[in-house]
Ligand binder design. Sequence first.
Ligand code: SF4
Length: 349
Amino acid sequence: MDDFTKFIHSGKLAPLKKWGTKWSLWPVHLVTACCGAELAHAFASGYDGERIGALNYGIARQTNFIIVEGAITRKMARVLRITWEQMPDPKFVIVMGACGLNGGIFWNGYNLVKPSEVVPVEFFIPGCPPTPEALLRGIRQLQKKLETGEAESSVDFYDLRLQKGKIPKMLPKSPKRISENPLIIVNRAKEVDWAFGKELCEKLKALKLESVVITAKNRIAVKVSESNLKETAIELKKLGFDHVKSVNVIDVPAENKFIVEYHISSYSNKDLMPVIVNLFTEIPRKEAKVSSLADIFPSADYMEREMHDFFGVEFKGNPWKGKFLLAPDTPEFPLRKDFKLQEEIYVGD
Ligand code: SF4
């Protein structure tokens, strides 16, 4: 540290520097979760966070303050760290929301990371979400710490963690039952006054389908065997359907199967625009392979990759080879129903 910098930090100008920093906390825009709505509230005209010198700013290199708004996921943790690294010193972090403290409502999720493990945190603001008043109070506490070097908590914390095994009485654990009837109804026919749909169904019946039913106006469920999935998709394309809106996988462990469904519609054919065909097939859980429709409907590509990462279903022919959608250390197939989540253990009086 050169003499001038030392003088600024500890000489006669030090109080001025502290005063300047105190009233110039500029939080970087980094909305990570729903707590961001309360942050917006705190800086809108009602509370006007700018009154206390905090001005949200879009560029990390010109800010000195991060307000982590709730949940930080594995993927977002990297972004948080990179943003923090880019900011000039001195820089400060406060975390708002129960999710940022210890996971909040996602406490046993596979995807949550504690912000305090990613960046140094000055203060936590509890609540789900914390009120704008609480956030402003957190900023005021940080200002006080900058000015006096002391921090005070506005909450008296008690350590409520109960020790495992100390008291033998166990309260019930979270249920682990796998439902026998998953109540997944994708092909319940309905009597609907929809002549165009009936016409469409007649055309589809000419194909080798397991079933085709109208489930509501503009909704048709088409069940096919895995071997006919691709062929049916090609026929749908010939009829004027031109894109996949979503690809879903439903895990049904009680019946040892996955249901893979494509929601197919059209942008180019006016009559088909409101229509969504749910094209679905069932595959065994052990041999979870299904033909990719990405070459017929390119919009399926990204969603197939996502479903692979979440459920481990292999989409044969999808050009992607390997994971990249989820963060590298994400556990395998976290949306399978038998994925082991952390258990909550209660031990108490
Ligand atoms: S603490 Fe509540 S409001 Fe904040 S991110 Fe978590 S769930 Fe959303």
